[in-house]
Design a protein around this ligand. Structure first.
Ligand code: MLT
Length: 307
């Protein structure tokens, strides 16, 4: 069985589009019609005229596609592809958090469930968060969930009063400052690019802090030849494709092994499961319409407020 050819054939037959996040395996990225971050992927999902969206990413991303395109079939190759940030922020405690801060605007990172989105005022991604926070009236305090590292980075960057939920990403939480310093000592000419979901021990050494899209632009367009990358290492696939003459070194976790920083949820999607979900027309994302209608509002606010 030629999996790649079969996937292409089924895609045509079903008028499907394959969307993939930068954190997916390289072979999935290469098969996708579009590769991007959450913001670009949600825009694509909203505007596609395909009948079926195969979402190679994690569940909350596929849910966003369904929320924005309710009449399309949205497939997720592995229904267990979750997210530690989503898990850290359950709807009931989140509603209580909001009740405790009634005067706050609730700005929530897109890495959360549809229920938490529905209970939020505005959704943001790491590429538009600062831009959106800057549009909130200065006298309004902000309630932020679920990633505390991204939240404290944004509070510092925007100078805003932000009350933070205590969540974190298991991938970015694991990067080791000691290993980063060891790598930087061995490669003094390398620039450090880090995602703002990393903890302060990593961010304080970074030459550039940004979303996956911003990190890609920085390393591809920058004059330097060598970069230490502190985010999920599958993104290096796009870096090597766009700038094959440059060197990209993944920053390891505390035990010095890089593989421990692969996202275990993103890794659940494989080429075989991608093929099978097209054959079986499932797993599909299904959502009660009242939840979808509530969750679409803060997402539409995001799309209106970001360029
Ligand atoms: C996303 O928005 O896709 C994730 O936060 C990773 C990123 O792009 O920075």
């Amino acid at each position: 069985l030629d999996l790649e050819a079969e996937i292409q054939r089924l895609k045509k037959e079903k008028n499907a589009i394959i969307l993939a996040h930068y954190y997916q395996d390289g072979e999935i990225q290469d098969l996708a019609d579009f590769v991007g971050d959450s913001l670009d992927l949600s825009r694509k999902a909203a505007e596609t005229d395909a009948d079926v969206i195969v979402f190679c990413g994690v569940r909350f991303m596929a849910e966003v596609a369904k929320i924005l395109s309710p009449n399309k079939t949205v497939l997720l190759p592995d229904s267990k592809a979750g997210c530690s940030l989503e898990d850290s922020c359950q709807p009931e405690p989140f509603r209580k958090f909001r009740e405790q801060h009634p005067d706050h605007v609730s700005i929530t990172y897109i890495n959360c469930s549809a229920e938490v989105k529905a209970a939020s005022d505005i959704i943001v991604t790491s590429s538009n968060a600062a831009e959106i926070i800057d549009q909130i009236p200065l006298d309004k305090p902000i309630l932020w969930a679920p990633d505390r590292h991204l939240g404290s980075y944004l509070a510092k960057k925007t100078g805003r009063d932000m009350t933070l939920w205590n969540g974190s990403c298991i991938v970015h939480e694991q990067f080791s400052e000691r290993e980063l310093i060891r790598l930087k000592t061995q490669n003094p000419d390398a620039k450090i690019a880090a995602h703002p979901e990393c903890h302060e021990g990593i961010l304080k050494h970074a030459d550039h802090i940004g979303s996956t899209r911003a990190i890609l632009e920085y390393v591809i367009n920058g004059p330097d030849q060598k970069y230490l990358i502190a985010t999920e290492p599958h993104i290096i696939h796009q870096m090597e494709k766009a700038a094959p003459h440059k060197e990209f070194i993944p920053v390891p976790g505390a035990d010095g092994s890089c593989a421990c920083n692969n996202c275990p949820f993103m890794e659940l999607n494989t080429l075989e499961k991608l093929y099978l979900c097209l054959v079986n027309n499932g797993p599909q994302i299904v959502m009660p319409e009242d939840l979808r209608v509530a969750a679409v509002k803060p997402l539409e606010r995001m799309l209106e407020m970001s360029k």
